[in-house]
Design a binder for this molecule. Structure first.
Ligand code: NCD
Length: 326
């Protein structure tokens, strides 16, 4: 049995917690050199239709640790440049006998479409402005490690919320786990009030990060902006930059996060990005472990403590045999 990893919105609290336990287990195994699940028979298709550094490399590293093989696909070198549709591309990859797909695409919902035409797990590596579930899970693991808990925190997500799939996945995740989620940014970069996202909206940075335990900065996603969303970058930085001055309003031990890539000097300054409160490099590293958990989980693996792991079907007949003998 395989599972798709498409959105955080579709996961419940127990699933998120199970997933994070699995990521913790993967991390401790990698760091202590203990054996890891061997998924060596499986080949993973990597479909990145948008640029990526962290997400692509960490999915590849995750697959390497699990012994999987990778088939890379990029749009410029493919038949999509000859007009092939996403549906036909996915069908082709299915009959090329790939076992699973990681997909990043500018269109919201594209991983769901892919899942409809593929046989095997599909993992969303970021779909348009919709969701980026493995980023949020890696961010949650980082918060858990640094704060020692994943509930009753004030989490402020600051910047270009409108265009951010990271903001949406994190808002779902942290609200489902019982935290207060705030979106902070200019009106022109905020989703419409009817968007039904689980966050309180603030247009003023000092108010929005007041006493926050976690401040997540977002990149200004100019590639998704239409014309007049911002009057000037300098004005945005003046009003919304996370730096020593604005961080005075947050909790003294507030964690500073950013999914990357960073526009240094715009959404945050060097001191905030590289200082003691920053968790940015830890977010990158944890990206590997949640993606290992994601691949293992998607191909049907479960936490060890739950005895019904992937091998259970094989164990049953054995038990029956012993009984018959007795
Ligand atoms: C983000 C993305 O692509 O959504 N980056 C990432 O995956 N770490 C954020 C961004 O592009 O700003």
């Amino acid at each position: 049995m395989y599972r798709n990893l498409l959105t955080i919105r579709d996961m419940d609290r127990a699933q998120i917690e199970e997933f994070l336990d699995l990521a913790v287990e993967m991390k401790s195994r990698v760091l202590s050199g203990k054996p890891l699940p061997d998924m060596g028979r499986l080949t993973l298709g990597m479909l990145f239709f948008e640029p990526s550094t962290r997400t692509r490399v960490s999915f590849e590293r995750a697959a390497h640790y699990l012994g999987m093989r990778i088939a890379n696909f990029s749009q410029p070198g493919s038949s999509m440049n000859k007009g092939e549709t996403l549906k036909d591309t996915i069908l082709t990859l299915r009959y090329e006998r790939l076992n699973g797909l990681v997909i990043r695409h500018r269109m919201s919902g594209s991983p769901l479409l892919a899942a409809q035409y593929f046989t095997g797990p599909v993992l969303n590596a970021g779909d348009g402005m919709h969701e980026h579930p493995t980023q949020a899970l890696g961010d949650a693991l980082t918060v858990l490690e640094r704060k020692g808990r994943l509930s009753e925190l004030r989490v402020a997500i600051v910047g270009d919320v409108l265009h951010s799939r990271v903001a949406r996945s994190n808002a779902w995740l942290f609200s489902k786990l019982g935290n207060e989620v705030r979106f902070v940014g200019p009106r022109t970069l905020m989703p419409a009030s009817g968007a039904m996202l689980p966050a309180n909206i603030y247009y003023d940075l000092e108010e929005g990060i007041d006493n926050a335990d976690v401040v997540m900065c977002l990149r200004l996603q100019k590639e998704r902006m239409e014309g007049t969303a911002l009057s000037s970058i300098a004005e945005y930085a003046k009003l919304y930059q996370v730096n020593a001055r604005s961080l005075r309003f947050a909790a003294p031990d507030c964690l500073v996060m950013h999914p990357g890539p960073l526009n240094r000097g715009v959404e945050l300054d060097d001191l905030a990005a590289d200082g003691e409160q920053s968790a940015i490099t830890q977010q990158v590293e944890n990206g590997i472990f949640v993606r290992m958990a994601g691949l293992y989980w998607a191909f049907g693996g479960k936490r060890k403590s739950r005895s019904e792991g992937p091998k259970k079907p094989a164990a049953k007949p054995k038990a029956a045999k012993t009984k018959a003998k007795a």
